[in-house]
Ligand binder design. Sequence first.
Ligand code: AMP
Ligand code: MG
Length: 358
Amino acid sequence: MGRMRAAAMLSYVFTVLLGSALLGSGLLLLSGCGREAVSREEYLLGTLCRITLYGNRDAGLFDDLFDRIREIEAAMSVKLPSSEVSRINRAAGDPAAGDPAAVPVSQDTMEVIRASIRYGELTRGAFDVTIGPLVELWDIGGADFRPPPETAIRGALGLVDYRLIDLPDASSLAMGKPGMRLDLGGAAKGYAADELLAILDRRGVGSALVDLGGNIYAVGCKPNGDPWRIGVQNPFDSRGAALGAMAVTDRAVVTSGPYERYSLYQGVRYHHILAPSSGRPVRNGLAGVSILAKSALAADCLSTGAFVLGLEAGLALIGELPDVEAVFVTDERDVHLTAGLVGVFELLDDSFRLACGE
Ligand code: AMP
Ligand code: MG
């Protein structure tokens, strides 16, 4: 496809569709505005959350949906000292404290922790929900950023290991080591998207788009019966242009990439996805990974995990999972697809190359 057509399609995206409100999110929602589209957006879970409903004029439904996001944020945010996860982390004490005691955990938070442990196993530790000490140490995006010293990185690394989480029963948790910290930043938005889907299902809404900062859920299909078209963001373009798009029905599409949050120090970029092996921001030639799956929680854990694993191991892992597909974008602008997306994913920007037959 030539640049002209791509440019025309993108201007269509920005002018006719969801427009600038989606700038900065990992994905763009392409096409599909029925006449009766209504949307609401709020800044929650550290990102812009936007929900668009089709054929539903019940303002109370929006209140319920955003209340549910707020409830999940109130439980899972490490930015809120009052959150449940902050309380769990305080109970783990500092590294010099005694063995942490078991603390009660709500059903919501337990579900995210259990899934995170499963995806920790599946990604052989690339996804690690106990990444908290490293996230705190690096404080990517914080004021006066500077990379932490090597000794501090080594110290924090010794506290990162999801296998040490002890779940003595269905509603309690003990960290295996004093000083350990949970961070649900790589999974909570996915869980929230699944929970919104459950509410929409119960209310009989068959056509909606949920966008929680790049965690998209395409509910049902467009009001005219066509599948949604979801764009994958060009990770090098801060304006949020799409490098490609695909037809999606009843699936989550979740993207992880360095461009979502980073700090600059002496001309070097340090981003927010950290390798539990090195304790540093991942540098493996990947610019972004988008995962397509039925469960947004799975897609969220897998997008972060596959990003850490890198192109080869990430593609191999996703390729083995039934009903999960992925788009990997490299720093060299190569786009790699899993088998199920060949012929489905359409490249819109010819400064990228489709590398098929992986
Ligand atoms: P996402 O935007 O879903 O890729 O998640 C990135 C966020 O997950 C970061 O901002 C951290 O809060 C957290 N995180 C960073 N590295 C990891 C990792 N290796 N495993 C699990 N969570 C991580
Ligand atoms: Mg994630």
